[in-house]
Design a binder for this molecule. Sequence first.
Ligand code: ADP
Length: 864
Amino acid sequence: MTLHKRRAHTSVEHEHWNMSWWLLMMYLLGNRGGAKASRRGSLALRNTLCIYTYSPTGLFLKPKTVYLFTNLRKLKTFLKCILYQKKLSSSVSAQSCFLSTYGGTSHVSLDDVFTEVQLELHHSSSGVHQPLDLEDVVGSVGTVNKDADTVLVSGEAGSGKSTLLQRLHLLWAQRAALRDFVLLFPFSCRGLNLEHRELCVQELLFQHCCWPDREQEEIFQFILDHPHLILFTFDGLDELKEGFVDELRVCCPTQRAPVHVLLFNLIQGTQLKGVMKVVTSRPGAVGPGLKKHLRKEVLLKGFSPSGIDCFVRKHHSDSAVAAKVLESLQANTALLGLCHSPVLCWIVSQCHKELLSCGEGSPQTVTDVYLMILQHFFQHHSTSKGTTGAGWLQEHLRTVLHLGQLASEGITSSCCVFSGADLETCGITEKDVCMGFLVQSKDVSPGNSKRYEFLHVTMQCFFAALYIVLSGDTDCSTVPKLFELQDVTETGLSSTCLRACLPSADQQGGHLEEHTTAAEAPNLQITATFVSGLLSQRHKRSWQRCCSKAAVERKVRQVTRCLSKGMQKHFRSIPRPVPGEKKSMHAMPGFVWLIKCIYEMQESRIAKDAMSKLEVDHLKLTYCNIGPMECTALAYVLQHIKSPVGLQLDNNSVGDVGVEQLLPCVHVCNSLYLRNNNITDEGIRRLTAKVVHCDNFQKIALFNNRLTDASTLHISHLLKAKQSFLSLRLGNNNITAEGAKRLAEGLRRNHSLKFLGLWGNKIGDAGAEAIAGALENSKSLVWLSLVGNGVGNAGARALSGIVRNSLSLEELWLTQNCITRAGVEYLIQALKHNTHMKSVWLKNNDLSSEEVEEVKLIEPRLIF
Ligand code: ADP
């Protein structure tokens, strides 16, 4: 390699470096005097030409990094790249500095409004649980496949994927981050769908991102030679019309191929191996074929509670308004739950006037929130300002139907970008565009004609749903077909049937191609969710002024039937339990979606009906992307379960707001598993206050949350009050000796607990002594774990008291502590008095291998 990157060891004299830089630039730009001087400069550096990063022209590379060139030609190429870098960065900056959702209303700069989002590693990056920073997306943390160069950022629609990339682009262009990368090429898969020509990689880069004014070949050669200095981003892989395949190999950089084929080869690394790629997608759209080419997967979980607060304050320059909006969110936790999704948080902030004036009737469902923004946009353009009720809709019905037709045709053909001709075909006028729901697309088509897209893909789904509900032109089978789409997600089948049901789909030219894509199913699911909401009891009356009452009622019946059928299908799929084991249902894809649709309907009759057929002991919803919004829907439906269940929600993003949302259904839970869910002491306070009154509630698992000693006060109260409580697992939290002492107060007064897990806390000897003292006379405790708690000999001595006296304890786990041979002796002596105890686990304590062998011979129930 001729370009070496290395850290500067000494303090470099800036003057000297800057001068060499200028001289070299002058030479390269054709100034002869500079040429001589630059050669002198190079001699002075013993035939090595160096550039320091802080040059007056502002080339940007990693600070304190010196790039050494072994010949002048390579340096010349590098400098041309730097010129190209300037052009590329100003183009990237221009594209990224404003947020597109604000396009219809005002220009809001990303710098002003960007709010940190929650990023987590996918569980495949085992063992890494820390929250991630923006730059960690491209960093090494969580790497599962070192040979791969593609990072996937996955998140639901509206979770902030595009905005996150936009932020990374802007930070790069502002030289504030990603300084390891000399060139950054941003792509949108939506834009790539518009490219019908076959291209080679060089054409893809230069034509789709930024055209180098000169020396294209040399710059491309630089990219080929130094892939580790280049970053590509691909936004919205789920929107690409073609599904990922890795059989079509295009290895040669000059070979032309369809853009999706090039993209797949870039992701796999058959082209431009070593270039870092960041790809965003919705979770369901990425199959195992692509996953095996991933360096790592990062999950985008929307705003944290403090993120919501921060976003609302940034959105409103008037702090009094921000405070009022936040107050109304605190008063309506279902709405607060929705605001974890950035797009919904944006709508709620945008519609603050409507929100603050609606009092009791403030939005509860996603459909309510989208109706609020619909009304907000229309009322800005309304002829009769104070139009109340559904009057505004009647006034703008024509616009709604036209936009709805465009949206639904786009959804069924995986099209999000529309030409002027497409708009015309649907009867959309300039005035309709001015309403603000459509914005001009940033993805310029090859012919450079104007293109349009909806403010956000969820807005397109909402208009498609409005069309399905309000239009008299749709086929009778449109609603049933829409809800059968869970089969599409599960089998990958096309939604051509639905397409046939929508009017004029087959008459369209241009964008309506017969493709089946990964993009269809999630958008159709969102559309179906909105259809459920629009046909809910509370909204359906509004439509009756705009279309036939009978048609609306028919659609309501259809949705109700589809939801019931969909649920039954899930329940039928539950395998028969193995004799002696509990009947368990693991949620299949589509289950949470059905639950959300039922919630949107807001009819407890439907929820009751759906749950009347569920007969399971255990409902497993692990790794199901369940956040506060989903918890609201789950509780709404599950509260109607007939007999108590174990609800397993491990590895989701429930959080404290989600815990609050679950409260209406905890009375039907005999156990609640909430491992790894970002829950704090506040969540536990609310949960324990409720479950203390729930007769069925017996078990809770809270492993790997954010609990501190403050939680133990509430848990202790629960233990005292509930003499039927069986299992408490608090592993991997931040409980210290103080917390253990408080917990001990509850344990002392409880006579039912069988399982107590405190693995991975910091209770130490003092905590172990407190717990041991409280449990010494327990007649119920069967299993106790104090693994990894810094317990030493004093703790072991105290615990030997339980071992000596307990008639119920079978297993004691003390692995990974600091007990020595002397401490083990207490346990050996105690075990002499206890014949029914099965094992004491002592692996990884402070014993030599000889001591281990010795004690194992004395007491075989000690396990190492
Ligand atoms: P996705 O690409 O996941 O569908 P977007 O990035 O388009 O989601 O986000 C939708 C809208 O939500 C944005 O246009 C913006 O208004 C808001 N938003 C998303 N992420 C952020 C963020 N980090 N800070 C501020 N606003 C955000």
